[in-house]
Write a protein that binds this ligand. Structure first.
Ligand code: NI
Length: 161
């Protein structure tokens, strides 16, 4: 198990565009394993590669605690509906804010073997997919917060990543 340092808001890397993954390498596999370890250790439900300082289009998501999804070069191909709720981010520690996202998201991505798959989600999973994919384009949820960013006790909210 290897943990990586989570970059926090103010670090330029969080505002950069990530690059597509062209092939799976041992180094990229190790990055993905470390991202999963880092996400679980931090009690997040998702983590994007730039949050650990790597500008690659890779995210990991697990909203249930036992069903991790690895998405490489993901893109959202369909959305429906709307949900408004509290969102947080491991790169913005101790804060939360209200964000409106689609209530249903369909994404296409490659898995760890670079095989294409489709991931559909509603509610928290849909929110997590949107939040994580935003990271790959250098965006943080704080840009989308309606009203004020609030200071929270992290035990009280559903964390995103
Ligand atoms: Ni985040």
């Amino acid at each position: 198990m290897a943990l990586r340092n989570i970059r926090v808001m103010g670090d330029d890397i969080l505002n950069k565009q990530c690059k597509e993954v062209k092939e799976m390498t041992p180094r990229t596999r190790m990055l993905i394993e470390d991202m999963l370890d880092t996400m679980y250790e931090a009690n997040g439900v998702g983590l994007a590669a730039p949050q650990v300082g790597v500008l690659k289009r890779i995210v990991v998501i697990d909203v249930t605690g036992d069903e991790p999804y690895i998405l490489i070069n993901p893109r959202i191909v369909e959305t429906d509906g709307e949900q408004t709720g509290q969102e947080g981010c491991l790169s913005v520690p101790g804060k939360a804010g209200q964000v409106t996202r689609p209530n249903y998201v369909k994404a296409e991505a490659l898995d760890i073997n670079m095989e294409p798959f489709v991931l559909e989600g509603t509610e928290l999973l849909a929110r997590a997919i949107c939040h994580e994919l935003d990271h790959l384009d250098g965006h943080l949820y704080v840009e989308k917060v309606e009203g004020d960013l609030t200071t929270v006790n992290y035990n009280e909210i559903e964390e995103i990543d």
